[in-house]
Design a binder for this molecule. Structure first.
Ligand code: PMP
Length: 450
C-alpha cells in the first residue's frame, strides 16, 4: 500500500522564507501560497509531461497544469521546439510580426470570432473587452455604464471585476463575500457599484435584472463553465437567459480564459452552443507563456484602437515567443482528433473513481466534471448538483485540506483549494489515473480516521 509519509520540504521551506522577505506572502499569485490547505508551498524546479519536480527533488503527478495552460503536458516537444525556434530571432520587437497573424487566423477559424486582439494576460483581455463593450454600446444608446457578473465567477483582477469574485478570493477572503462590496481592498465602492451581481444558474434573477436595468447595462460577462468557484456547469435554462440579454442591447461576453481550447477546439461555447458577442481567452492560447486575447463580432472589434475610439495597447502584446508557444499548442490540439474525447473519458474515470473511493471511506463528496475539468466538493449533496457559489461555499474546507495533504504526501499535486478545478492533460495516462485513485482511497480513509 502507498505510504502517507510526508515528502521532504527543506529546500522549499528555505526558498519560501527568502521569498517571504522580498515578496508579499512569498508568492506572485495568492493561491500558490497554500493558505487554505496549510503546509509549505512546493517551489518547482522543473516540469515534464504530467510531472513536477520540486526544489527537494520530490516528484509530483500534476493536476494543475499551471492552472490550465498545459493541456499537452509540460515541456511538450512541439512547444519546446517552437519556442526555441522563435528564440533564434529575438524576443520582442514592438512592431507587428508574422506569428501574430498566424495565431489570429487560427484562433478566429477555430472559435468563429471575426477578429481578435492579443494581450499578455487574461486579466487584460476581460478588462479590455468590458471597456470595448461600454464604448460600443454607448455609441448606440445613452451611455451604458453597468456590467453584470456572477457570484463566484473570476475574470482576473481589474477593479470592476473584483466584486464577489471567485478563485483565490474565495479561499483567502471568504469573509468579504456575500455582499455587493468589492472582494478586494483598494477597489473604490464607486467602481464596485457599476458591477451588478447575480447568482450563477439563476435565469429568473438575470431576467429580472435585465428587465429593471437592461437599458443601463453594457455587458454581461460570465464563465461559460465556471472553474473559479470549483467547477460549476451551466444549465440550459441559464444559457437561454444569457442569450436573452442581447435583446436588451447588452453584449454577451464569454470569459473562456480557462475553458477556451480546454473543453473543445471551439471552447465551452462550441461545446454548449453559446453564441457570445465577444469572448476572452488566455492560458492555452499561450501554451504556457504569458498571453490573453479578446475577440468576436467584427462590428464590435472595429471599435478598438487604432481603428476605433476604444484604447487598448501592450508593450509585449503579440510577443513572438508566446505566439510560437500558442501556435504549437493549438496546432498539436487540432492535429489530434482523439485528444478531447480521451481527456473526457480519463477525467470521467477519475470522477467515478473518486466517488467510489469517498463512498467506501464514508466521506461525503459531490463531484462536478465536464471534459478535463473536475471538482470534488466535500459536502453531502448529489453528484452534479452543486450549481452556484452559495452551494459550493457549503463545502467542508477542513476535510478538503486534510485530503489534499494526504494526496500531496503520496506525490499527487491536486489544486490547493476546494474552490478550483483540476485539469487533466494529454500527458496523463491510465496508469497514472489508477495510481491517483489508489492514493485517493488512502487519502479518504485517512480523512475518515481523522
Ligand atoms: N478569467 C478566468 C475565467 C480565469 O480563470 C482567469 C485566471 N485564472 C482569468 C480570467 C485571469 O487570467 P490571468 O490570470 O491570466 O490574468
Amino acid at each position: 500500500s502507498t505510504p502517507l509519509s510526508p515528502t521532504p520540504t527543506a529546500q522549499s521551506e528555505a526558498l519560501f522564507a527568502r521569498a517571504r522577505a522580498v515578496t508579499p506572502g512569498g508568492v506572485n499569485s495568492p493561491v500558490r501560497a497554500f493558505r487554505s490547505v496549510g503546509g509549505t508551498p512546493r517551489f518547482i524546479r522543473e516540469a515534464h509531461g504530467a510531472y513536477l519536480t520540486d526544489a527537494d527533488g520530490a516528484r509530483y503527478l500534476d493536476y494543475i497544469g499551471s492552472w490550465g495552460p498545459m493541456i499537452l503536458g509540460h515541456d511538450h516537444p512541439a512547444v519546446r521546439e517552437a519556442v526555441a525556434g522563435a528564440l533564434q530571432g529575438g524576443t520582442s520587437f514592438g512592431a507587428p510580426s508574422w506569428r501574430e497573424v498566424e495565431l489570429a487566423e487560427l484562433v478566429t477559424r477555430l472559435t468563429g470570432a471575426d477578429k481578435v486582439r492579443f494581450t499578455s494576460s487574461g486579466t487584460e483581455a476581460t478588462m479590455s473587452a468590458l471597456r470595448l463593450a461600454r464604448g460600443f454600446t454607448s455609441q448606440h444608446g445613452t451611455g451604458r455604464k453597468f456590467i453584470v457578473k456572477f457570484r463566484g465567477n473570476y475574470h482576473g483582477h481589474a477593479d470592476g471585476l473584483l466584486v464577489e469574485a471567485g478563485s483565490g478570493l474565495m479561499t483567502n477572503a471568504a469573509g468579504h463575500l456575500g455582499t455587493s462590496a468589492p472582494s478586494s481592498a483598494g477597489v473604490p465602492e464607486e467602481y464596485a457599484a457599476l458591477t451588478l451581481v447575480c447568482e450563477y444558474n439563476d435565469p429568473a434573477a438575470l431576467d429580472t435584472l435585465m428587465e429593471l436595468r437592461g437599458h443601463e447595462i453594457a455587458a454581461v460577462i460570465f464563465e461559460p463553465v465556471v472553474g473559479n468557484a470549483g467547477v460549476l456547469i451551466p444549465t440550459p435554462d441559464f444559457l437561454a437567459a444569457l442569450h436573452r440579454v442581447k435583446e436588451a442591447g447588452a453584449l454577451l461576453i464569454a470569459d473562456e480564459v480557462m475553458t477556451g481550447f480546454r473543453l473543445s477546439l471551439s471552447g465551452a461555447s462550441g461545446l454548449l452552443g453559446i453564441r457570445p458577442d465577444l469572448s476572452c481567452w488566455g492560458k492555452i492560447i499561450g501554451g504556457g507563456l504569458p498571453v490573453g486575447a479578446y475577440g468576436g463580432r467584427a462590428d464590435v472589434m472595429e471599435f478598438v484602437s487604432p481603428q476605433g475610439p476604444v484604447y487598448q495597447a501592450g508593450t509585449l502584446s503579440g510577443n513572438p515567443l508566446a505566439m510560437a508557444a500558442g501556435l504549437a499548442t493549438l496546432r498539436a490540439l487540432e492535429a489530434d482528433p482523439d485528444i478531447y474525447p480521451r481527456l473526457e473519458s480519463y477525467t470521467s474515470r477519475l470522477a467515478q473513481g473518486l466517488k467510489d473511493a469517498a463512498r467506501d471511506a464514508g466521506i461525503p463528496i459531490s463531484v462536478n466534471q465536464i471534459g478535463s475539468m473536475l471538482t470534488a466538493f466535500h459536502q453531502d449533496a448529489p453528484h452534479g448538483s452543486v450549481g452556484n457559489y452559495t452551494q459550493a461555499a457549503r463545502s467542508d474546507t477542513a476535510a478538503f485540506a486534510a485530503w489534499f495533504q494526504a494526496m500531496l504526501g503520496q506525490g499527487i499535486y491536486w489544486a490547493p483549494s476546494q474552490f478550483e478545478s483540476i485539469f487533466v492533460s494529454g500527458a496523463h495516462t491510465v496508469s497514472e489515473l489508477d495510481a491517483t485513485l489508489e492514493a485517493a482511497r488512502h487519502a479518504y480513509r485517512s480523512v475518515s480516521e481523522g
